[in-house]
Design a protein around this ligand. Structure first.
Ligand SMILES: C[S@@+](CC[C@H](N)C(=O)[O-])C[C@H]1O[C@@H](n2cnc3c(N)ncnc32)[C@H](O)[C@@H]1O
Length: 206
């Protein structure tokens, strides 16, 4: 089964708050985004945003240049419907982050929670990093969150790669200046704990 069919099936059969990665609010992500940018006009992309409430919270805080990208039409439709008329001010992109066309130098902030760790093949990770380096402005910020070293080895039935700050940063390379990293213990809606790692980088001049 290809990735798009897989994720359509997940979102077609589960409510937004009935998936292991669900949190009512992505507080850590919001904090890092607010730390990264000074104004509300910053261009922010949530990669693999799924049905998360990050976009709702960014809109509520006044950010007005937001893009949400996901491989699943269903997830994007659910999120759009939840937002109602506010969805009209958001750019919605549907596609595979490793291969879709992105505008060069267009984002101040790249946010990914729980997408990069699904890329178990080295060529997929290389393609992903190439996309970030192309689409994020020089001086822009990159927030990537994966399962940490003590996190699960699978998510939603798919194998994942777990990272610590060093191994995740090595995937991105020296142009990505590591500003900070931390872990978060995420409690799933089913009561289990999952360790997430957050890395926060700035893209330096080439
Ligand atoms: C574990 S969920 C995380 C969703 C959201 N970021 C959150 O934290 O609630 C992973 C998301 O990545 C999306 N996804 C998986 N592979 C992708 C790819 N290659 N390109 C774009 N999106 C992808 C899935 O559809 C799903 O919405």
């Amino acid at each position: 089964m290809d990735a798009q069919t897989y994720w359509e099936k997940i979102y077609g059969t589960r409510a937004a708050d009935a998936v292991s990665w669900y949190r009512p609010h992505l507080e850590k992500s919001l904090g890092l985004i607010e730390h990264a940018v000074s104004g509300h006009s910053a261009s922010i992309i949530d990669v693999g945003g799924g049905e998360s409430t990050l976009v709702d919270d960014l809109v509520a805080r006044g950010y007005r240049n937001i893009t949400v990208l996901d491989i699943s039409h269903t997830a994007i439709d659910v999120t759009k419907n939840r937002l109602g008329s506010a969805s009209e001010g958001i750019r919605w992109l549907i596609g595979d982050i490793t291969s879709m066309e992105l505008q060069p130098c267009s984002y101040d902030v790249w946010h990914d929670r729980a997408v990069f760790h699904f890329l178990t093949a080295a060529d997929e990770r290389t393609a992903y990093v190439r996309q970030v380096a192309k689409a994020v402005k020089t001086g822009g910020h990159v927030i990537v969150s994966t399962f940490g070293p003590e996190g699960p080895t699978k998510c939603s039935g798919l194998d994942v790669v777990r990272y610590d700050a060093g191994s995740l940063h090595r995937e991105f390379g020296v142009r990505f200046h590591l500003l900070g990293s931390s872990t978060e213990l995420h409690q799933t809606p089913f009561g289990a704990n999952q360790q997430f790692l957050y890395c926060f980088c700035r893209i330096e001049w080439a």
